[in-house]
Write a new protein. Structure first.
Lengths: 398, 183
């Protein structure tokens, strides 16, 4: 694996505008960055990313079955007890799930290490599935990439296939939903809706703030139509604690991602996975936090933190690094410190996508901080299988 | 090849593909309604809605779920949602209150064809809608066929119902404040 500089496509901003990708620049700062790409060998992709992603996904789903039957674990995950039966029932019925992304640290040498699962509200989907794909095709056509270059990215085909497969299990009317004010979240649900419609599923859009409740506890759209199924790009743990949350179990409204994903989108899954599979090459040691001082070589993460917020790192040399954020008073876990590979001060994190139960692609993020934040750049990748991708150039920090 | 063969955009693209709709195809319109009014608002057919409701009400005791005790009924349908009833042969039992009615109509070119089928609908304690399965409550105007049968219940998945919204804004306060919720 190596980082390769490459000329940008001169018209990429125009292409982005044409495809509705209006968050390529966020707050004046670049988000989509095609001034470089990462080159992987096919072996690295298949053996070090794709296979471990499949295995970690299977291990995680296997653990759901243990957790929903175990009150102590549900308590450790800080899930309100009034929702336990609802979550267990959704797992028993295997309510259909759509997608997830796991974050991996991988430097081209040794096994990829799981940082966390983003299994409830993953974003960076459109840029991985579509815009990155278009970049590869066009750079091949322009001769800027070696002939035969490929990409680990069948995310689009997998999404349309997944929607087609679960179509008969999606209650109608079907809506996608996200907070009104976020371009990035709105872009992500617009893309999912596009894929659903391509799979033949009629699908509407509603802002999460616009959802209504009727007197008999059913959720409604702006025309008072009762919502059959809601894809919500909104944290389930937040919905449970908001005003309408208590109506969810008896509302009859189906959710995607389903309630059982609550146990996987929670960082408490990391110590539980470690307890069951201690020493697994793709796992980092993890424990539930006991609020004592953090020892060197450990990282503290809130159960529910997103976008790298409220992370506390204690590096092996004893120095400390913290990120700010809103998740200040909830329970935490600890995970063994394992740095991201660094390329000229850019720390690269792999987001490995699972659609249905298939590992089907990845998107890479680069941040100047060792903690990947929502401001991290999205950088495309290619599979270049001429042997040249195998010269390791990663230099580890720490 | 490890990548998609195509990556089409339908709605997001500035030059979307065009879908052509077929004008005279047949389709089915199904719905569960909690009142004749909500049915009429959706279908603009008050007469059919009223007939469907009356028929469902009449069928509720014969075709609805039957329980030997109030307790066992309330496990499935919720506290206070069951009543004692007597069927046409004088047999006494407990059954859930009818909370809505199901209606199914054939459409051709978007307009309803003659006839419809209807059934009583019951809401379970976990919020799902059910109706008696098989075709034991088929009603056709100009000669109804109505066969008693099994008491099996089937879950209704197509429920384009309307309900009067009593409040909005009960979701989104946390994520809205953060400016986004994805990760």
């Amino acid at each position: 694996m190596r980082r390769v500089s490459i000329a940008e496509r001169p018209n990429w901003r125009h292409l982005a505008a044409e495809s509705g990708f209006d968050f390529h620049t966020i707050g004046g700062q670049p988000y989509w960055d095609e001034s470089a790409y990462y080159a992987f060998s096919l072996r690295e992709i298949e053996d070090d990313i794709e296979a471990p992603t499949t295995e970690l996904h299977d291990m995680a789903l296997d653990l759901v079955d243990d957790i929903v039957r175990n009150e102590q674990m549900m308590r450790q995950l800080d899930i309100p007890h009034t929702y336990w039966d609802w979550i267990a029932e959704s797992w028993r019925k295997r309510d259909p799930h759509l997608y997830g992304r796991m974050d991996l640290a991988y430097d081209g040498n040794g096994p990829a290490k799981l940082y966390e699962f983003n299994y409830d509200t993953p974003t960076s989907l459109f840029e991985a599935a579509f815009f990155q794909w278009q970049w590869l095709e066009q750079q091949l056509t322009r001769g800027a990439l070696p002939a035969g270059a490929d990409q680990f990215n069948s995310i689009y085909e997998s999404l349309v296939e997944a929607f087609g497969t679960i179509a008969t299990r999606i209650a109608r009317p079907f809506y996608v939903s996200a907070v009104r004010g976020s371009n990035e979240d709105q872009g992500t649900v617009a893309y999912l809706r596009d894929c659903a419609i391509q799979a033949g599923i009629d699908c509407g859009e509603i802002a999460i703030e616009d959802i209504g409740i009727s007197r008999d506890g059913r959720f409604t759209d702006l025309n008072d139509r009762v919502i059959g199924c809601l894809f919500k790009l909104y944290p389930l743990e937040d919905m449970l604690r908001e005003e309408f949350g208590s109506f969810l179990p008896r509302s009859g409204m189906q959710l995607i991602e389903p309630p059982w994903k609550a146990v996987l989108s929670n960082k408490g899954i990391l110590p539980l996975l470690w307890q069951k599979h201690a020493g697994h090459p793709n796992l980092l040691p993890a424990v539930f936090d006991d609020a004592t001082a953090l020892a060197p070589g450990w990282v503290r993460k809130p159960l529910y933190s997103r976008e790298g917020a409220n992370i506390a790192m204690r590096l092996p040399d004893g120095s400390a690094l913290d990120s700010s954020g809103p998740y200040i008073d909830g329970p935490c876990i600890r995970q063994a410190y394992h740095p991201l590979p660094s390329f000229d001060g850019r720390h690269m994190l792999i987001g490995s996508w699972v659609v249905g139960d298939r590992a089907c692609g990845m998107g890479l993020r680069e941040d100047h901080s060792p903690i990947t934040r929502d401001s991290a750049h999205f950088v495309p990748h290619a599979i270049i299988d001429d042997g040249s991708a195998n010269s390791p150039k990663a230099t580890l920090i720490a | 090849m490890k990548r998609s063969r195509t990556a089409a955009l339908l709605l997001m693209s500035a030059t979307p593909l065009l879908l052509t709709a077929c004008g005279d195809d047949e389709s089915t319109r199904e719905g569960v309604y909690t009142s004749v009014e909500s049915c009429t608002a959706q279908t603009h057919d008050a007469a059919t809605c009223q007939q469907a409701f009356d028929k469902a009400k009449k069928d509720a005791a014969e075709n609805g779920p039957q329980f030997a005790s109030r307790d066992t009924c309330e496990v499935d349908y919720g506290t206070g949602k069951c009543e004692q009833r007597t069927d046409s042969s004088g047999h006494s039992f407990f059954g859930p209150l009818m909370t809505g009615f199901f209606i199914s109509q054939m459409l051709r070119g978007g307009s309803p064809m003659a006839g419809f089928s209807s059934a009583p609908a019951f809401r379970t304690s976990n919020g799902q809608w059910q109706r008696p399965d098989n075709n034991n409550s088929v009603y056709r105007s100009g000669g109804g066929v109505y066969a008693g049968g099994s008491r099996g219940m089937t879950t209704i998945t197509s429920a384009p119902d309307t309900a009067v919204t009593s409040s909005r804004g009960g979701f989104g306060s946390r994520g809205g404040a953060r400016g986004g919720s994805g990760e």
